[in-house]
Structures are given as C-alpha cells and as structure tokens.
Design a protein around this ligand. Structure first.
Ligand code: NAD
Ligand code: TYD
Length: 348
C-alpha cells in the first residue's frame, strides 16, 4: 500500500492526474490536497470522489504547521506536487502571490518531506511538476533541452524556476529523492478559461471578441492534458532520481494560426457560417515581457522511458471543444462571480 500526496488535484492538470492514479492504482491511497483557489474546482473530479482509495483534503501549502502535521499524520510515500498559481497575466498583476504559493509553499512541502523521510529516502519520491517557461524565450530556431540554462522572464516563470532550484538543492544538499519535469503548454477538458484555448472557446460560444495579444505571432508547443498525465505516471514510477525530464507535444503553433483553426472547428460544431468566429479576432495590447517562442526537445523522456504523445492536435482540439460544448454548466459556474471582475480588469 502506497500513500501518495497529490497537490493541486482540483485544478486543470491535477484533476487528470488524480483521476488516472485513483483509477489505475486501486492499491494506492491517493490524498488530494488543494486550497480550492479560483482555479481549483471539485466539479473536475466528481466521478472519482467516492472511490475507496481517494481522500480530498482542503488546505493551503503555504500553511507551514498544517503541512508538517499532514505529513506526520499520513506518512506519505510519495508527493506529486502540482499546486501553483499558474497564469502569467495574473503574475504580472500580483507577483507576490506567486512567490507565496510557488516558492514558499513548495519549501514547506520540501521541509516536511525531508523531515519525514530522513533515513527512508530509498523508498520515497518527491515529484515536482514544472514548466518549460523557466527556460525563457527562444528565437525562430532551437529547442529547450534539460540542460538549457534557466532564463525566466515573467513573475510566474521566475517563481517556478525558483521552486525548481530549491527542489534540486534539497536533492543535492540533503539527499531528498526528487524528479522534476518541465512541460509545454497543456490544453484539454477542465482548463480554466483564463488561458488562451478555453478563453477563446468560451468567447466564441458567447460571440465575444477574441483578444489576440500583440501581432499573434508568438509560438507555443501544445500537449493534450491526458498525455501529460500519462507522462507524469511514467516519470513518477520509472524516472531516475535527481533527474529532470522535458515533456512536450512536438506540436508548435503560432497563436494566430491556432486561433484560426479553433474558429474553423467551432463554426462547424456550432453550425455557424464559415468565417463567423474568425470575425471575432481582435488584436489587443501585448503582454509585457511576452516570450516569443517555446519549443521542447522531449527526446530524453522518449528514449529513456518510451513516452510520446498519443493524441494528435486535431483529435485533442476536437475532444476539447466537444467537452466544453457538453459541459455548459461547468463553464457557466466557473465564469460567474469573480471571473467577470478578472475579465474586465484584464481586457476591458
Ligand atoms: P491550475 O491553476 O489549473 O491549478 C492549480 C491548482 O492548485 C488549483 O486547484 C488550485 O486551487 C491549487 N492551489 C493554488 N494555490 C494553492 C495553495 N496555496 N495551496 C494548495 N493548493 C493550491 O494549474 P494547472 O494548469 O493545472 O497547472 C498545474 C501545475 O502544472 C502547475 O505547477 C503549473 O506550473 C504546471 N504546468 C502547467 C502547464 C499548463 O499548460 N497549464 C504546463 C506546464 C506545467
Ligand atoms: P496562455 O494560455 O496564457 O499560456 P502561456 O502564457 O503560459 O504560454 O497564453 C498562450 C499564448 O496565447 C501566449 O502567447 C499569450 C497568448 N494569449 C493571447 O494572445 N490572448 C489571451 O487572451 C491569452 C490569455 C493569451
């Protein structure tokens, strides 16, 4: 029997990871720790909430004594740490919130694991989930590898870079058994509509303007969220200690091309005249410090662990759009209340 703590399991990626682990490993006890911030939503995981090997704990990783107590109480064998403030635009407005959760929250988890696991490191694992944004921005050529120097440009990526460094330092200094993965942009069901793809799906449904930042020629590498969950499962079980793995979709898109593809798919799904959604595209003021291009070399995880994406972008976008159209109540719930204030501040 293994006891695994997953943090941030009510969020976008975390909910897919929690579901996979609860369903695939009935012999594990899965503890989902989440503060249920604006981005956390228990509606993401209603299908597994009654599972006998699943426990939800509402709590904040920045609360040091609570975290220490939790580790003493449950004696976790592994941690998969996803809880974070995750949106670049919010980090520009409120960088300190990102330091608190992403840096200090991670520190409390590291300290609690270090204390609990002293002398038992061989059977334990601290898995820190990070982003390719820590590597900064690429020009037209090249890919991020695991040895690309860190060069973060946004408060979000700086806070993730900082937490990555602390995880690595705890491995080197105290022998904490860790792995880190740095993944490219995810998309899929349950994605909060502040990020590009779900925000634009929601706006197309509601016939609202599609705010493309700057000239729209920024490039991201997109990975279907369930493929990320598969990679996380694999790295947690088979990754080597004290190693970093890059995870990516081999799927680069300029924002404007992606948005046009999404518009075409949505016109068909909504039975609208071709071109209707594209007419909503509006170029708006650029994001400060906007990274030009992210692109991942995922050959290490491919060669060492045999992972590669299984879902094509066309299939993934199709499934994503279908999910949002079939889950109107989910979308209405997350876009009521605070969301309207955020939207107004960010875009109007
Ligand atoms: P998300 O914003 O959808 O979810 C974050 C979750 O963490 C939410 O459920 C939230 O309630 C919880 N949380 C936030 N602060 C907390 C705190 N102080 N204590 C406890 N819980 C807290 O984020 P996501 O997109 O699912 O990202 C998950 C992780 O993956 C993050 O660490 C992020 O940096 C990383 N990542 C994301 C992407 C992406 O494209 N979304 C890509 C690579 C890496
Ligand atoms: P986002 O989904 O916020 O992810 P990240 O900044 O972490 O890559 O943004 C993806 C790209 O889309 C990025 O280049 C910024 C751009 N973008 C827009 O053009 N308009 C928007 O309203 C948003 C949210 C993002």
């Amino acid at each position: 029997m293994k006891k695994i703590l997953i943090t941030g399991g009510a969020g976008f990626i975390g909910s897919h990871v929690v579901r996979r682990f609860v369903q695939k490993y009935p012999a594990y006890q899965i503890y989902n720790l989440d503060a249920l911030t604006y981005a956390g939503n228990l509606e993401n995981i209603t299908d597994i909430e009654q599972a006998p090997n699943y426990t939800f704990i509402k709590g904040d990783i920045t609360a040091e004594s609570f975290i220490n107590h939790l580790f003493e109480q449950h004696q976790f064998d592994g941690v998969i740490h996803l809880a974070a403030e995750s949106h670049v635009d919010r980090s520009i407005e409120d960088p300190l919130a990102f330091v608190k959760t992403n840096v200090i929250g991670t520190m409390h988890l590291l300290n609690a694991a270090k204390k609990q696991w002293e002398g038992k490191e061989a059977t334990k694992r601290f898995y820190h989930i990070s982003t390719d944004e820590v590597y900064g921005s690429l020009g037209a050529e090249g890919l991020f590898t695991e040895t690309t120097p860190y060069d973060p440009n946004s408060p979000y990526s700086a806070s993730k870079a900082s937490s990555d460094h602390f995880v690595r330092a705890y491995g080197e200094t105290y022998g904490l058994p860790y792995v880190i993965t740095n993944c490219s942009n995810n998309y899929g069901p349950n994605h909060f509509p502040e990020k590009l793809i779900p925000l634009f799906i929601n706006n197309i449904i509601n016939n609202k303007a599609l705010p493309v930042y700057g000239n729209g020629k920024y490039t991201r590498d997109w990975l279907f969220v369930e493929d990320h969950a598969v990679a996380i499962d694999l790295v947690f079980h088979e990754g080597k200690n004290h190693q970093t793995y890059n995870i990516g979709g081999f799927n680069e898109w300029q924002n404007i091309d992606l948005v046009k593809l999404l518009c075409q798919i949505m016109d068909v799904k909504l039975g609208r005249v071709p071109g209707t959604s594209e007419a909503l595209i509006t170029y708006v003021k650029d994001r400060p410090g906007h990274d030009l291009r992210y692109a991942i070399d995922a050959s290490k995880i491919n060669k060492e662990l045999g992972w590669k994406p299984s879902v094509t972008f066309e299939q993934g976008l199709d499934r994503t759009v279908d999910w949002y159209l079939a889950n109107e109540t989910w979308l209405k719930n997350v876009t009521s209340g605070e969301y309207a204030k955020y939207y107004e501040k960010q875009y109007e």
